[in-house]
Design a protein around this ligand. Structure first.
Ligand code: UTP
Length: 297
C-alpha cells in the first residue's frame, strides 16, 4: 500500500514585491481575504486533505505569520468572559496542535525550489505536498484532497493543472502531455512561460504539488535557473526525464492568483459574495457601482 501524504511545505519566504508598499511590513500571506489571512485558507485545505505536519519556510520580516498560529490566551479568555462563543470558536479553529508546525528559515530568497529544498531534513524519505498560499482555490472538495485521492492511485509526482487561454500561457509553466486520461494527464515535459504559439498544451501548473523525495535530490544538485533562482519546475522537469512519473491533475475548482493585485481583488469579490452574512449588502453595492459606471459611459 502507498504511504499516505501527511507532510506539507508552505513556502512563504518570498519578498512579495508586487504588493509593495504593504509588504514592507506585512507578510503577503497574512493579508486578508474578507476576514481570514491567505495562510488560513492554505492550512484549512491541507487539514482537509489529511496533512498532519505543517512546514513553513519563512524569512526575515515574517514574524506576524509565526505569531498568527500561537494560541491567543488573553483574547480567548476575554471572549469567554464576555460570552462571545461564536468568535471564540472561530479563534480556536486557527489554533494548531503543539508540535504540528515547524518553521525553517530561508536566509536568502533564492527561489521556490530553494525554499522547498530548505525543508529537506524535515521531509526525510516520504512523499510530501507543497502549497503556495497565494494560489487560493475555491472548490467543493478542497484541491489538495482531490490530488491526494488521485495520487493514491498512481503515486509519483503530481502537479495541479489548470486550463488557460493561449494568450495567458506566457505567465505559467505549461505541461507537455503524453497521455490524457481525463482528470489526470501523464506529462512528458514542461515549458516555462512559452509564447502562445509555442505552448505544448493549454494546461498550466499552479501552486499545489505532491512530490517524491527524489525532487529534493534533484534540488540538491541544482544550480540556479531562470532569474538566478533555483526553480522547482526544473527539479520536476528532471524527474520527468529520469523516471517519467509526473502527472498533471485537472482539479475541480476556481483558482485565484492572490500574488497579483488583480487576482487578489477578484478573490475578495468572489469570497465576499460567497458569504451568507455579507452577500446581500455586497451584491447590492456591486450592482449599484456597475450601474453607475454604465450610466457614466
Ligand atoms: P512568487 O513568485 O509569488 O514571489 O513566489 P514572491 O516573492 O512571493 O512575490 P513577488 O513576485 O515578489 O510579488 C511564489 C511562492 O514561493 C515563495 C513565495 O513566498 C510564494 O509563496 N518563495 C519564492 C519562497 O518561499 N522563496 C523564494 O525565494 C521565492
Amino acid at each position: 500500500m502507498k504511504r499516505k501524504v501527511t507532510k506539507a511545505i508552505f513556502p512563504v519566504a518570498g519578498l512579495g514585491t508586487r504588493f509593495l508598499p504593504a509588504t514592507k511590513s506585512i507578510p503577503k500571506e497574512v493579508m486578508t481575504l474578507v476576514d481570514r489571512p491567505l495562510i488560513q485558507y492554505a492550512i484549512d485545505e491541507a487539514r482537509a486533505a489529511g496533512i498532519k505536519e505543517f512546514i513553513f519556510v519563512t524569512s526575515r520580516g515574517k514574524s506576524a505569520l509565526e505569531d498568527y498560529f500561537d494560541h491567543a490566551n488573553e483574547l480567548e479568555s476575554h471572549l469567554r468572559r464576555t460570552g462571545k462563543t461564536e468568535l471564540l470558536e472561530i479563534l480556536k479553529s486557527t489554533n494548531m496542535d503543539s508540535g504540528a508546525i515547524a518553521y525553517i528559515r530561508q536566509h536568502k530568497a533564492l527561489g521556490l525550489g530553494h525554499a522547498v529544498w530548505c525543508a529537506r531534513r524535515l521531509i526525510g524519505n516520504e512523499s510530501f505536498a507543497v502549497i503556495l498560499p497565494d494560489d487560493v482555490i475555491a472548490a467543493e472538495t478542497p484541491c489538495l484532497q482531490q490530488m491526494i485521492e488521485a495520487h493514491a492511485e498512481v503515486g509519483g509526482n503530481m502537479v495541479a493543472a489548470m486550463e488557460v487561454p493561449p494568450e495567458k500561457a506566457s505567465a505559467y509553466g505549461i505541461l507537455d502531455i503524453s497521455n490524457d486520461m481525463g482528470s489526470m494527464v501523464a506529462v512528458k515535459g514542461m515549458v516555462e512561460k512559452p509564447k502562445a504559439e509555442d505552448a505544448p498544451s493549454n494546461l498550466a501548473v499552479i501552486g499545489r504539488y505532491i512530490l517524491t523525495p527524489k525532487i529534493l535530490n534533484n534540488l540538491n544538485r541544482m544550480k540556479s535557473g531562470a532569474g538566478g533562482e533555483i526553480q522547482l519546475t526544473d527539479a520536476i522537469a528532471e524527474e520527468i526525464r529520469r523516471s517519467n512519473n509526473v502527472y498533471g491533475y485537472r482539479f475541480r475548482g476556481q483558482r485565484f492568483d492572490c500574488g497579483s493585485k488583480a487576482g487578489f481583488l477578484q478573490a475578495t469579490v468572489a469570497f465576499g459574495l460567497a458569504r451568507d452574512d455579507l452577500r446581500a449588502e455586497f451584491e447590492q453595492f456591486l450592482y449599484s457601482l456597475t450601474a453607475l459606471r454604465r450610466a457614466a459611459e
